[in-house]
Design a protein around this ligand. Structure first.
Ligand code: ADP
Length: 300
């Protein structure tokens, strides 16, 4: 049975005539990297704010670790909602010492978290000399000081250059690899696709989709194959029982459409049995982007 670390039911928040969160139902399983995906203004930050007790909900409920929210539970959550303010002239270590005092956590983990976010070699440099990516990594380090079970990040790569983005994504995967649950809000599909295992799509405060990234990518629009002898390959594919159609694409590979329920390994085994050795085999994915855009336009 899945263990839910977060369970939201019927959550609502209205600002004047804007329904920022609309009857939201959401469950997050322990150990997943959960993406809250939606365009700007879709209610992601408001939702995270409510979950962290900094925004008042209008109605609805949520449970962390199966229980009503309490102050002691919040200690099990590490969060970065906005770019935290660090002192520019103090070093990474000194800034984290201040965070430890504020959060009342021991300073013993400072070096460990700096190591984890890849800042150990810059630990004594003043914060103002850090790149934007390093500043964001220090923010993540500060959220990790209390060794939280859940890390909550709002748009973690906003404003970063491509290298900074890649570093933060790698770091998120690394933290997830240590068994922590991560909940991140993002308007970037690519981000969700690259780091999340599960995701929900929000539109005007409403959840319009909820699923796993892997399943969403498995839209099986067929496979792309290549063999040394294209003609024999064509002939054999044409005899495969669930074959529907094929065409040569602009890079000289055959795009093959098979009936939906076809297991690709069976298709591959069939080719091998018929003496075909593939030099290339790849899924043609219904990209998450296409689905995301379809979802957003379908409900307007
Ligand atoms: P996201 O994080 O997806 O960009 P937000 O949760 O920040 O979305 O905002 C959702 C909606 O609520 C938006 O229309 C936004 O303008 C509105 N909103 C957010 N915070 C406030 C606030 N403090 N006062 C009034 N409206 C707000």
């Amino acid at each position: 049975m899945a263990e839910y670390i977060l369970d939201i039911s019927g959550l609502n928040k209205r600002y004047g005539n804007i329904q920022a969160v609309d009857n939201l139902e959401l469950k997050v399983e322990k150990g997943t990297v959960f993406g809250l995906l939606g365009p700007n203004g879709s209610g992601k930050s408001t939702t995270l704010g409510i979950l962290l007790g900094v925004v008042q909900k209008d109605s609805g409920d949520f449970k962390w670790f199966g229980e009503e929210p309490t102050a002691s539970q919040r200690r099990r959550l590490g969060a970065i909602l906005e770019s935290p303010t660090f002192y520019p002239y103090l070093s990474g270590i000194q800034n984290l010492q201040i965070v430890c005092k504020i959060k009342e956590v021991p300073e013993s983990r400072i070096l460990e978290v700096l190591e984890q976010v890849g800042l150990a070699n810059r630990a004594t440099s003043p914060f103002k000399t850090y790149s934007l990516g390093m500043k964001q990594r220090l923010a993540i380090a500060s959220a990790l000081l209390s060794d939280p079970e859940i890390l909550i990040l709002d748009e973690p790569t906003n404003g970063l250059d491509p290298q900074g983005i890649a570093e933060i994504r790698e770091l998120i995967l690394d933290i997830a690899g240590q068994g922590k649950t991560i909940i991140l809000a993002s308007h970037l599909l690519d981000e969700v696709q690259k780091v999340c295992t599960h995701f929900a799509v929000l539109k005007q405060g409403e959840k319009i989709f909820h699923g796993t990234v892997a399943e969403s990518l498995m839209g099986n629009e067929g496979v792309e194959v290549l063999a040394d002898d294209t003609e024999s390959l064509r002939k054999v594919i044409g005899t495969f029982p669930s074959f529907i159609d094929m065409k040569l694409n602009n890079v000289g590979r055959l795009e093959v459409q098979l009936s939906k329920e076809t297991a690709i390994h069976e298709f591959h085994e069939y080719l091998i049995e018929k003496g075909i050795v593939l030099t290339h085999l790849a899924y043609i994915n219904k990209s998450l982007e296409k689905q995301f855009l379809q979802l957003l336009s379908a409900k307007s």
